[in-house]
Design a protein around this ligand. Structure first.
Ligand code: AP5
Length: 214
């Protein structure tokens, strides 16, 4: 089963995607992670996108569609794909439909994670991730264990993202409302949209998603 997690920055898409990978053997395709990987590798494309990302704007459709196209070739994962942070524009949504059709697949469910803007600042400014495995933490709601070791891999280095500040978040939110939120209507019209309360506790959100995928 292939699914899309849709929601504003800090809605909890990455957190839930990682659980689905562990629990349902799904493959997470996060365009944000792919772009961050590209920028650290120092490629021409990475350098081009770095400033755009730090300022909270969207990278071009051409670049992100190209990244997803590369990942969809080859054997399809048994547990299905989780599209995390993609699509983010109507052009990306159309392209995904075509790419999936090309590999004989489709999107079974689009899960919108609904949250209030005022919690998002606290969520993103408090976020850190394990430098080794990417496990997501939060200073208050999911702190790094007292022994300083990641619960998942035991790693001891943790990172904060350059775009996790209030100014960049405001721009990211604007991009979400202008360019991404029209996808809610798009997928509703296609008949595969469901909404979960992203303000609930992480385990509760996970249980709601599990119910939708049962
Ligand atoms: P991307 O990496 O996709 O970031 P985002 O969409 O802004 O989403 P985030 O990763 O910030 O949030 P999330 O929803 O995954 O939340 P998380 O689970 O981490 O994109 C970054 C940039 O790349 C974009 O701005 C753009 O420039 C570019 N880009 C990426 N894809 C693109 C595309 N398709 N097109 C064009 N440009 C693209 O949770 C956040 C925090 O909250 C964590 O600390 C977590 O512990 C905590 N938390 C999570 N759930 C809960 C909960 N239920 N209760 C309490 N705390 C919670």
């Amino acid at each position: 089963m292939n699914i899309i997690l849709l929601g504003p920055p800090g809605a909890g898409k990455g957190t839930q995607a990682r659980r689905l990978v562990d629990e349902r053997n799904m493959v997470q395709l996060s365009t944000g992670d792919m772009l961050r990987e590209a920028r650290t590798s120092g490629t021409e494309m990475g350098l081009k996108v770095a400033q755009v990302m730090d300022n909270g704007h969207l990278v071009t459709d051409e670049i992100v569609i190209g990244l997803i196209r590369e990942r969809l070739t080859g054997a399809q994962p048994e547990g299905g794909y989780i599209f995390d942070g993609f699509p983010r524009t109507l052009a990306q949504a159309d392209a995904l439909g075509e790419l999936m059709a090309d590999v004989g697949q489709s999107i079974a469910r689009v899960i919108e994670m609904s949250v209030d803007d005022d919690v998002l600042v606290a969520r993103v400014t408090g976020r850190s991730t394990c430098g080794d495995c990417g496990e997501v933490y939060h200073d208050v709601t999911r702190p790094i264990p007292a022994d300083g070791a990641c619960v998942k891999c035991g790693g001891r280095t943790f990172k904060r993202r350059a775009d996790d500040n209030e100014a960049s978040l405001r721009t990211r939110l604007m991009a979400y409302y202008k360019q991404t939120s029209p996808l809610i209507g798009y997928f509703h019209a296609k008949g595969n949209l469901s909404t979960v309360d992203g303000l609930a506790e992480i385990d509760t959100v996970a249980a709601c998603i599990a119910e939708l995928l049962a």
